[in-house]
Structure formats: structure tokens, C-alpha cells
Design a protein around this ligand. Sequence first.
Ligand code: UTP
Length: 302
Amino acid sequence: MAAQPVNRKIRTAVIPAAGLGTRFLPATKAIPKEMIPIVDVPMIQHIVEEAVGAGIENVVLVTARHKEAIENHFDFNYELEDSLDKKQKQDLADVSRKIGKLCNLISIRQKTPMGLGHAVLCAAPIVGDEPFAILLGDDLIDSKIPCTRQLIDIYEAHGGSVVGVMEVAQSEVSKYGMVGGKMLNPRLMHVDRLVEKPKPADAPSLFAIPGRYVLSPSIFQCLRETKPGKGGEIQLTDALQLLAEREKLFAYVYEGVRYDTGDRLGFIEATLAFALRRPELAEGVRAIMKKHLSEKPQGERK
Ligand code: UTP
């Protein structure tokens, strides 16, 4: 397929954050899942930093009741910052202020949790008629070039819409939206088929969408036409199938390591990996891990 460079800059990212976070109960009873930290940085901050690192200026947060802490996190906290200034703890005051300056944050409520597709549609009045990115807060992608930037580069070279994909084992396909189509090169597919959480035998390939997208605004009309699918929810994957029938849709095998922080084990893995990378923590974390690995699990002790 011939490359068709496009000029419409991707300025806006949508971050759906209105889910109930049931896999993290009881932690998520009163605290938004997105505010649970990986070491000391809330998951949502990692995601917003990826978007900003990709050149995004406006972040549309699709939120819900009891999620106000997310908005507060990206605002200034005058009392805290002023108090840190007075105590001459400039580093900490700067850490706090920097988060307030990251991006323009615009939030909109999804009043009923009717699924990821419905959450994205809630952002339509803010995004308007522009291509935009979507980042899911449950997927932390650690990469030299931000994953969203990699997708924008493909969009700028080829036009259409782009979903980030990773190869998974056959036994894992029922956890993801899966894509199928024609490989244009080892990293790029022209997508013609998408299936949400298929049985292993029904997966169109082993390429899964973990939660990064750059989409044409036509997705909004596709979402309006999409009936509730798996779990009675409006599925983004079903709307993407419609989009693939109307416009070009590419899947790009991004470079990077993905952590499934919406899952408890994935969250623990991300916490350890990020802590081991912090010079002030690495040695201590290694010592703690060594100690616990050499101990017998509780209950087996004599
Ligand atoms: P998940 O399926 O992981 O749902 O949604 P969840 O509620 O966050 O978590 P669990 O499974 O109950 O533990 C994937 C993404 O879509 C958003 C979620 O916030 C998450 O970022 N989402 C999901 C919405 O914004 N609205 C919805 O109605 C559903």
C-alpha cells in the first residue's frame, strides 16, 4: 500500500478512566485505580507522561464519580507547594508543580460504565473532528520512544488509523481485542478483522491490542452505530471492525515492554521493575527480594 503522508497533527489524547476497577478491590473501593502508584508515581501519571512525551497537548480524561483525586493530582496544590518552599524543600515543591504543568487536562464524566467504547464516545464533544490518541491506564508500556509516539509516526507516514499491537501466546488471546489482516512488513499490518476476546481457535492472528490507539474521528460514528457486545458493553473493538470496513486501519507491533498493571501480578512486576531502576532503591529492593526468596513461605515454617 502506498504511503500517504498526512498533516493533521495529533494534539489530543483520550484516557478512559471511568471503570470500576473491580480486580483491585478492596483498594479501589474509595481510591481510583488510576491513583495506585507504581513505586511513588500514580499509574495515571505514567500514562499522561507517555502522552506528553509523544507530543500531545490536550488530555481528555473520561472519568466517573469518586475519581476527583485524578483531577486534583494534575492541578497545583498551593498549600503543599508553598509549605515545601518555606521549608526549603525545593526539589519536592518542583516535583509537585511539574505535574500541574504537564498538559491541559479536560475531564468529562461517563455517567454509567457502559464499556470502553462508550467511554471513548463520551469524549467526542471535546475531541471534535480531529484524529486523536487513546491510552488505557491499565497498560504501562516502557519504551525508548513513547509507544503513542511510535503510532503517531506510523499515522503520519500512512494516514488512516493505527492500533498498537503485541504478539501473545495462543492461550492468552481470550484476554484481548485481537487483529487480523495482511502483513505489509514484519511490524505493520493492514487490518481487516478484529475480534474482542476470542476463543483461541477464533483468533485471527496472535497480535493483541493492549491499549494504545491513534484513530480517525470517524470512530465516533462507528461507536454510535455499535450495539452492546461482549459483557453487554459497547466494545471499542467492535467499532474498530466497522472503521476497518470504511477506512484504512493499521496495526503496528510497537517496540517496548508492556506491563498489565490492571492485573495484580502485572502490577507487582511493574513495581519491582521500576523500583530496580531507581538508583536510591535498587540495592535495598534486591536485598529484600533475596531475603524473601530464601525464606520458606509462611505456614511452612516450623
Ligand atoms: P477494564 O475492563 O480494565 O475495567 O477497562 P476496569 O473497571 O478499569 O477494571 P476491572 O476489570 O473492573 O478491574 C479497561 C479501561 O477502560 C476504562 C477503564 O477505566 C480502563 O481504563 N473503562 C471501562 C471506562 O472508562 N468505562 C467503562 O465503562 C469501562
